[in-house]
Design a protein around this ligand. Sequence first.
Ligand code: NAG
Ligand code: NAG
Length: 486
Amino acid sequence: MLLHSALLALGATLAAAVQPLEVQGEYFINPKTGNRFQIVGVAYQPGGSAGYDKAAGRDPLSDPDICMRDAALLQVMGVNTIRVYNVNPDVNHDKCASIFNAAGMYMVLDVNSPLVGDSLTSDKPWESYYAAYLNRTFAVVEAFKDYPNTLAFFSGNEVLNNEETGAAVPPYVRAVTRDIKNYIKKHVSRTIPVGYSAADVRSILFDTYNYFQCSIEGEDDDISRGDIFALNSYSWCAESSFEAAGYNQLVSGFKGNAVPIFFSEYGCNTPSPRVFTEVGTIYGDKMTGVFSGGVVYEYTQEPNNYGLVQMNKDGSAKLMADFVSLQGQYGKLDFAKIQDQKPASSSTAKAPVCDSKLITTDGFSNNFTLPVLPPGAQEIIDNGVKPAPKGQLIKITDWKVKYTVKNPDGSAITNLAVKPLADDEINSPGSNTDSGTETSNDGSTGSETSSSPASTTSHNAAAGAGAGVLPAMAIGAFAVVAGIAF
Ligand SMILES: *[C@@H]1O[C@H](CO)[C@@H](O)[C@H](O)[C@H]1NC(C)=O
Ligand SMILES: *[C@@H]1O[C@H](CO)[C@@H](O)[C@H](O)[C@H]1NC(C)=O
């Protein structure tokens, strides 16, 4: 008893943290509750690929004021995971990781970046597979391994992007997966899942999946198998359906999966603004037996026009119509129930044995003999990255957002702040209803005097989306404000 209260007292002084999740068979599992976890995610790469600037020491998780702004908005929306594509292992992420942790959000991290030497190339992968490249990927593992909200690493993203790349790339991606898993086994005190994020090229999608999830006979611990498999899929556009969008093919193609599967990107943007009607299906009965949720592409508005939020250089931001409609779709779901599901059976799915019969497309690699480690790499796995970047949760005291954020109609959101959640709590719609409960329409907080074309578009778009799309819900004032504004 005494010991118990002493521990409680100690616990109270530490930062509250989300529960590190585990992969068990085809599920993400919260080991404390035994519940399955569904990813409710948004891709987070403010500034696009330029958001990662090696020389300037900048990446999407290096500026705590920006992270606070975005964590607050994503928290109000109901998101529980961000995917970050390009990180710099040598900059400090403690504040941003602590902010997203407190907001109840996990991070899925790509270990690569588009810069030369930071990723495998699609055309001649053997030329980019060398020790310095692996050192960088291991450094990313080091930088993020000690955050409890690190959910998974992607060993590659769309390295296979057409049928031709199926010939040479698969063994290299599987080799990198093996190397990262070996590194984690040696240097990380918990298991962090590693897997691949595939382009949804249907002709090679299931070969890709089988190549990465199959089990090589006799291989120790199946170390090169992907622990998870994800795909970037844009087949659901506008008001579509499970069948019309081809989600039925995905479910039947992946059925019997031995690893968790999820959308690492979704959200077709034609027509725009988006209605996000796929959300109800992704978290519904037809999908959740096989899928574990998905990640909407993407948080900030960039030239390719997939944004939920328009970000300005001075740090101010404006919600777009897509933010409101996605929030509305999340708001229709019963997340208490969705996140409270026990696995259907105790993980019965077994990975198929790697065999050329698994591969159906002519020319796709069926060679499961993986490339050996490049010279110098074994030493790094044995001794660790030197010097190793290190991350840890830190104490944050001020949760207020410093920047002005506006609704689609131009009114400012007041009281915007991250609401730190309790230990083990995961964010869901309704966790943060404190932000933006009052709005100011007098323009005094606004620094913007004229509308940019993009914000004009989102303004009209919001009007177009109209109150019909917006359920009358009590999950924060954004939707309500946008609804009454027009
Ligand atoms: C390995 O990575 C660390 C951390 O980023 C870096 O400081 C070091 O210079 C790298 N070593 C090599 C050999 O590339
Ligand atoms: C399979 O790949 C390995 C490693 O890249 C290579 O050494 C071997 O020659 C390949 N086998 C065939 C039959 O192509």
